[in-house]
Design a protein around this ligand. Structure first.
Ligand code: PMV
Length: 298
């Protein structure tokens, strides 16, 4: 069985595309996949009931991504891959990367090929590049490796030692967004007003660096404050929506230590940091039917 996990970016999305650091965690929800030799190459995706044939020229990005992945295997029989997706798509939880990692992992299994999770994450970049032109690599790497990690583009992932478990509650705003479009919007702002956007990125970097210390020290109160500040800086880049803001406010009012949007923004997900396990359950009720608790162990 192949597996690619989902991820939550704790701090540093968007600036990470431009070479600044970010901190992300892998979550237990993700994508499971199984592959076996068949009559033709085919990718079935549930619960969406999609059947995808690989085609490098297709309009459908999944067909191009599947072709890109199959291309990385020199000799192989036709392969049928069945994948079950447990993450909302276009929601900032790294759904597309998780599918790519799970598909590669399943094909490796079917062909008796073994490689490290790091190598698997790297190979999944071929898949991820189809979905957004300029991926930082954080999604595919986190999807393969997991844990709590410090990521900077072009550098190997660095595991962080969390002093305490993190009880996160992830809420979905109900609206999907395109990572590609959100990343382009930030690039345009950077081109038009470089000073302002660089200052914002510098501010986010300071928050990321302090968050690393807070995570290592188990200072959840400080971490919560840094999440709130990162949310505000992402809002200043016009990445938040009224709904995401309202969900973050509701979570804070219900006792969250901090809350922020996560991933590309413009819709998608937010998450809240709960002080304890029991309070995570209560926050989940505040954040709607789609919300779920993600435990990140120390
Ligand atoms: O929304 P997601 O899960 O695609 O997260 C994207 C994270 C960005 O920093 C916005 C883009 C990237 O490639 O790092």
């Amino acid at each position: 069985m192949g597996f690619g996990r989902g991820k939550v970016i704790l701090l540093g999305e968007h600036s990470v595309v431009h070479g600044y650091p970010a901190i992300a965690v892998g979550i237990e929800r993700g994508v499971h996949a199984q592959a076996a030799p068949g009559n033709r190459d085919l990718l079935r995706l549930d619960p969406w009931a999609l059947e995808i044939e690989p085609d490098p020229e297709a309009d459908e990005p999944l067909a191009r991504a599947f072709a890109a992945v199959l291309d990385t295997y020199a000799e192989r029989p036709p392969l049928e891959v069945d994948a079950r997706v447990e993450l909302p798509a276009g929601a900032g939880l790294g759904c597309s990367a998780a599918i790519g990692v799970a598909v590669l992992d399943a094909i490796d299994g079917a062909l008796g090929r073994s490689r490290s999770r790091e190598e698997l994450g790297e190979a999944a970049l071929a898949w991820e590049e189809v979905f957004h032109g300029n991926p930082s690599g954080i999604d595919n790497t986190m999807s393969a490796v997991g844990g709590v990690a410090w990521f900077r583009r072009g550098e190997p992932l660095r595991a962080l030692d969390a002093n305490k478990p993190l009880h996160l509650v992830v809420g979905f705003s109900g609206v999907s967004s395109s990572t590609k479009e959100m990343v382009s919007s930030v690039r345009r702002q950077l081109e038009q007003d470089e000073n302002r956007v660089r200052q914002t990125f510098d501010g986010i970097e300071t928050l990321v660096r302090n968050a690393k210390l807070a995570i290592e020290a188990g200072d959840l109160i400080a971490l919560g404050q840094l999440l709130d500040l990162n949310h505000t800086l992402l809002s200043s880049l016009m990445l938040c929506t009224t709904k995401l803001d309202a969900m973050c406010q509701a979570a804070r009012a219900a006792g969250a230590l901090g809350a922020k949007m996560t991933g590309a923004g413009g819709g998608g997900c937010m998450f809240a940091l709960a002080p304890k396990r029991e309070e995570a359950e209560r926050l989940r009720e505040v954040l709607g039917d789609d919300a779920f608790v993600a435990e990140v162990s120390a």
